[in-house]
Design a protein around this ligand. Sequence first.
Ligand SMILES: CC(C)(COP(=O)(O)OP(=O)(O)OC[C@H]1O[C@@H](n2cnc3c(N)ncnc32)[C@H](O)[C@@H]1OP(=O)(O)O)[C@@H](O)C(=O)NCCC(=O)NCCS
Length: 184
Amino acid sequence: MSLNAAMPFSQLALPLTVRPLRPDDVEHLLHIQTICYGAEFLESKAIFAQRLACRHHCSIGVAYAHQAQTSLLAYLAAYWSSPGKITPLNGPFTPPVVGEQVLYLHDMSVLPELAGQGIASHLVQHVFQQARERGVRQAALVSVQGSQAYWERQGFSVTNVNDAQQFKHLQSYGEGACYMSLQL
Ligand SMILES: CC(C)(COP(=O)(O)OP(=O)(O)OC[C@H]1O[C@@H](n2cnc3c(N)ncnc32)[C@H](O)[C@@H]1OP(=O)(O)O)[C@@H](O)C(=O)NCCC(=O)NCCS
């Protein structure tokens, strides 16, 4: 499965496509983020444009197949990172250092009218597959907005953060945020 090729969304009756996100998706992405996240989690256009322009992101979005190059209905912002690193709120997607890599899931949103149809699970499985093909064996994320149970169902478990700097990054998401990881 290549990130450069749009993938048919075969599990759903809807004619949906998964495709890589590009810098010019930022307006649509922020629109979905505004609907799906509380004000305390909204991030700047500048930082998201920078993230989507970097070479090590593997972010994907869902669009109607006939509008694949324009509107988005859901997205998963993700990138190749290093073990134990946490992206602070509004922080850059820092490139991985040489060595073992981690699939870092930064942010995932599905428009409410499409919720509960397996779109988020499909996006997660899509990037897991990308990771396995790349030899990446770990995924990590920060759970917010009470989503811990959702991520546990995807196989993640809460993981301690022992590094002071990374703990500060985790704290940028406020109380209730937790760091989670999974072996692929
Ligand atoms: C979380 C989210 C991405 C799930 O998208 P989705 O496409 O509806 O998810 P799926 O269809 O794959 O899975 C739906 C299942 O997850 C459950 N679920 C959804 N959000 C959940 C949450 N926050 N906590 C626990 N379970 C949750 C649903 O109840 C449903 O359960 P069911 O299968 O037993 O009916 C979507 O609800 C969303 O955009 N939420 C707002 C943004 C957010 O909180 N993102 C995660 C933060 S790290």
